[in-house]
Design a protein around this ligand. Structure first.
Ligand code: NI
Length: 169
């Protein structure tokens, strides 16, 4: 089932998510819905907080469904390692219409449980490392806009507030 994606400003997007106690059928349904929602958007990553569920779950697929082996599911993810630095343009399904350059690690290794509750560890570089950090931020209650500073941040938040005021957000 495709779930609605919350936008910047929705409370659950700005609060840290809770650990998943066990990968139950309900959690698997959430994962399946998140994958479907990510593909429909379309996007390369989605965190549970973006569909209003405050649990530590995210999905990433750089191929957006074209390559089955590219789908990565993480329950209770944690970084084993992050290193290096990259600066690229970034967006978010919860902040449609806005992009900005965000500093991210060049390499990131994430450990967590997969859809079956089995532990797995995945190393990402480049875009995958960026996606890991972006989704992990969501689980900590941070959206990419929160990583910006100064004028760049003001510009985006001001425009979002204006859209919200006129009911277009
Ligand atoms: Ni996002």
């Amino acid at each position: 089932m495709i779930r609605p994606i919350l936008r910047y400003g929705a409370e659950v997007l700005h609060q840290p998510a809770s650990e998943v106690a066990a990968v139950t059928p309900d959690v698997q349904t959430l994962i399946d819905d998140m994958v479907q929602t990510m593909y429909a958007a379309p996007g390369i990553g989605l965190a549970a907080t973006q569909v209003g569920v405050p649990l530590r779950v995210f999905v990433v697929d750089l191929s957006v469904g074209r390559q089955a082996t590219d789908l990565l599911v993480f329950v209770n993810p944690e970084f084993v390692l992050t290193e290096g630095r990259q600066f690229e343009d970034e967006g978010c399904l919860s902040v449609p219409g806005f992009n900005a350059t965000v500093a991210r690690p060049a390499r990131a290794v994430v450990r967590g449980l997969d859809r079956d509750g089995n532990p797995h560890t995945v190393e990402g570089t480049g875009l995958l490392a960026r996606a890991f950090q972006h989704e992990m931020d969501h689980l900590d209650g941070a959206v990419f806009v929160d990583r910006l500073r100064g004028l760049q941040k003001q510009l985006i938040t001001r425009r979002i507030r204006r859209l919200a005021r006129t009911g277009k957000w």
